[in-house]
Design a binder for this molecule. Structure first.
Ligand code: PLP
Length: 457
């Protein structure tokens, strides 16, 4: 009788990472030799999925102008561009009547929505947002922004929003903007509950899914959010496109984001010399200029690839990688992982930490130069959040701090996803332990405010 092998929950090797470009790239080590690059900065930009690259390469010879071209390739490209919208709509679980707009990025999407807000709209954000979700609303002189303190639990977030919305007077249009997953802590936000709170008070909600969409299914209908924004380059499709998807009404009623061809249905010049425009009402209204067809097609290819790979499997694999990294960091004395919601909070593969006695730039430079590991250090375009999490703590200048320069402030962020092999996270946790126990093996100096290996000797 054959026995079933016991399932080892710590064994993630059975779920293979998705193939990505650059997985075999060798980088030099300052200490000598070469090593395959460990890309652990997915939260900034993820490598392209091989599937995305292959789909784009297969389409590229057929590339043609979209929408107004009469030729065969123009028609084929127009068809693929519009099918890409449909793929994204399916990926996001869009409702009937929702629009899918192709933009340049999450930043572009949220700026577009900010420009489309009705006059007098009140906007509610938490100080924890990425600057792309914190700043666009501030540029509208006729919009009032309320920035809420960093909550210390998902429940506190919902309660703080409830209170702020209940206080608003007069009762006009309002928008809540919230991230799905923090780009600093990786922690998931209670999007569904925040959406319910927003709607209960007659407000709308936009989900910044820049860090959520690459790691987790996003269902606009189930979450009951009004809009979703994300970037292709974080979703394994680095071809310069992003998405804003959701309710059509505010977008239809707003001035076009950019004025130009494509957004205009008809342009006339009157006898008095004035120019009159009849703008499109659909997606084209906010997509003036020649669209980024390859970028849109690449995003759609990534959506299809993630769907086909099975998001649940990817989520489960990533959860185990997260556990492994967190356990590895917890075992190193002097390492503090930054968290708003505590150890038990569900999170994606984005983890920020500080190391006692180390300047963050020095630590990140040593991971790169001595181990071939690419992470990020600093404030991650979320300055208020990182300052709150550090609680006034300052970096030590470490070996790298030039005299008189003063310590810098920040953290180190490691981030990973569907293409990350086990070996990368193991190399990372091993490198952190070695650096803390034994120190850097090389000398570093400060150049333009950052640590770099000193190769002068
Ligand atoms: N929102 C979050 C949560 C992010 O992490 C980022 C980028 O890091 C952005 C928005 C902005 O994305 P992009 O730079 O692609 O516009």
């Amino acid at each position: 009788m054959s026995a079933c092998p016991a399932t080892d929950v710590t064994d993630i090797s059975t779920a293979a990472p998705l193939p990505v470009l650059g997985r075999d790239v060798l980088v030099p080590l300052v200490t000598g030799g070469e090593v395959t690059y460990a890309a652990l900065d997915y939260a900034a930009s993820a490598p392209a999925l091989q599937r995305v690259w292959d789909d784009v390469a297969a389409y590229a010879p057929y590339y043609g102008s979209v929408h107004r071209g009469a030729g065969y390739l123009s028609q084929l490209s127009t068809d693929l561009f519009e099918k890409s919208r449909a793929d994204v709509a399916r990926f996001l679980g869009c409702r009937a009547g929702d629009q899918v707009l192709f933009t340049r990025s999450t930043t572009d999407s949220l700026n577009l929505l900010a420009a489309a807000l009705p006059a007098g709209c009140r906007v509610f954000v938490f100080e924890t947002e990425h600057h792309a979700a914190l700043l666009p609303w501030e540029r509208r002189a006729d919009v009032e922004v309320t920035c809420l303190d960093a909550p210390r639990s998902p429940r506190e977030a919902v309660e703080a929003l409830e209170r702020a919305l209940a206080d608003r007077e007069p009762y006009g249009p309002a928008l809540v903007c919230v991230t799905g997953a923090s780009n600093v802590t990786g922690e998931l936000w209670p999007v569904r509950e925040l959406a319910a709170a927003a709607h209960a008070h007659g407000a709308r909600i936009v989900l910044d899914a820049a860090q959520l969409a690459p790691h987790h299914p996003v269902d606009i209908d189930r979450l009951d959010v009004d809009w979703v924004a994300f970037s292709g380059h974080k979703l394994y499709a680095p071809f310069g496109a992003g998405v804003l998807a959701g309710r059509a009404d505010w977008l239809r009623e707003a001035e076009p984001y950019l004025a130009g061809g494509g957004a205009s249905r008809a342009v006339t010049r009157g006898a008095d010399g004035t120019v009159g425009v009849d703008w499109h009402a659909g997606e084209a209204r906010h997509e003036a200029g020649s669209p980024n067809v390859i970028g849109a097609y690449a995003i759609a290819a990534a959506c299809r690839a993630l769907e086909e790979a099975g998001f649940e499997r990817l989520v489960e694999r990533e959860r185990r990688l997260v556990e492994r990294v967190r356990a590895g960091l917890a075992a190193v004395p002097g390492v503090r992982v930054l968290s708003l919601f505590g150890d038990d909070a569900p999170r994606v593969g984005v983890i920020s930490f500080v190391v006692e006695g180390w300047n963050t730039s020095h630590f990140a430079a040593a991971l790169s130069a001595e181990y071939g590991i690419g992470v990020r250090d600093g404030l991650f375009c979320a300055h208020p959040l990182v300052r709150t999490l550090l609680g006034g703590e300052r970096d030590a200048p470490g070996e790298c701090g030039a005299p008189g320069e003063g310590p810098s402030l920040g953290a180190i962020r490691v981030s990973f996803g569907a293409g990350t092999p086990d070996e990368h996270v193991e190399r990372f946790t091993g490198a952190v332990r070695e650096l803390v126990e034994n120190g850097a093996r090389w000398r570093y100096r400060t150049e333009n405010g950052r640590c770099v290996p000193d190769t002068s000797a």
